[in-house]
Design a protein around this ligand. Structure first.
Ligand SMILES: CC(C)(COP(=O)(O)OP(=O)(O)OC[C@H]1O[C@@H](n2cnc3c(N)ncnc32)[C@H](O)[C@@H]1OP(=O)(O)O)[C@@H](O)C(=O)NCCC(=O)NCCS
Length: 242
């Protein structure tokens, strides 16, 4: 099972010792302010069980997060494909969602952003996902700030089908990131990487995006680079400059 290691954070499979601190954070009114409600110990354990099962089956999921001093601090990772159609232009019918839930003691130190960056790299790298989304209620500014910091952009709003009309959690904002095209062509054995390098052109080939084509020009700022390359390849840590 995959473990992702950052400078300060670790994303790892769950352990039995995570259950008590997980139940504590799921019972914290500040943590669940924008979620559907406090969880009992049994509900929290059942949620951890479902998350752990998903990770065991697929090798990835909402990993347990370890941070300095605190140890277990919640979860960050990729959930199963969204079970309902989001119905927004440019958004896949059932994309994977990236998400996070941290104990209050771990807020305000950049841990969620660092861990989410690891998870997103894993999504677009080894997992080869074409798109990752994240959504929350408009009032959850802290979560939207994480989405923005890891490079997701606002794509629209929708009504969450789990909540009835008029429910405080019904309206959601949706953010998304699409995999760098060069990553896909490269992983797939790639015929168009030369075109991408030379012309700096994104050609979205995913079925839901139509024939959108954009042009970027940038230089790689992360390290010396003999050829200009698309900034986001560098930003994600991929080595596409030659
Ligand atoms: C959403 C949530 C994970 C965001 O936590 P967070 O602490 O704000 O986010 P990060 O861990 O990325 O930390 C960023 C903050 O740490 C600060 N920071 C301090 N030291 C830092 C460092 N070394 N590196 C980076 N950032 C640092 C940043 O400036 C930023 O502070 P700011 O928000 O005042 O600008 C957290 O609020 C949470 O778990 N909420 C409850 C559950 C929830 O709502 N989940 C989302 C459901 S959709």
């Amino acid at each position: 099972m995959t473990t992702l290691q950052g400078e300060r954070v670790t994303l790892r499979p769950w352990r039995a010792s995570d259950l008590a601190p997980f139940a504590a954070l799921n019972d914290d009114p500040a943590v669940i302010e924008h979620l559907s409600g406090r969880l009992t110990r049994d509900e929290s354990d059942a949620l951890a069980g479902r998350i752990g099962e998903h990770i065991a089956q697929r090798g990835f999921g909402l990993w347990a997060l370890d941070v300095p001093q605190l140890g277990f601090a919640g979860f960050v990772g990729l959930s199963a494909p969204v079970p309902f159609e989001l119905g927004l232009p440019g958004i896949a019918p059932h994309p994977h969602e990236i998400g996070w839930r941290l104990a209050r003691a771990a807020w305000g130190q950049g841990y969620a952003t660092e861990a989410a960056t690891l998870a997103l790299r894993h999504a677009f790298g080894p997992l080869r996902l074409a798109q990752v989304v994240s959504f929350t209620v408009p009032a959850n500014r802290a979560s939207q700030a994480v989405m923005q910091r890891i490079g997701l952009t606002l794509r629209g709003e929708f009504d969450h089908p789990r909540f009835a009309a008029g429910h405080r959690l019904r309206r959601h904002v949706l953010y998304a990131a699409d995999a760098p095209v060069q990553a896909h062509t490269s992983f797939a054995g790639g015929g168009s990487s030369q075109m991408s390098r030379d012309k700096f052109q994104d050609e979205e080939t995913t079925p839901w995006s139509g024939n959108r084509s954009t042009t970027r020009s940038a230089t790689c700022s992360s390290r010396p680079c003999s050829a200009r390359c698309r900034w986001w390849s560098c930003w994600w840590g991929w080595d596409f400059c030659t």
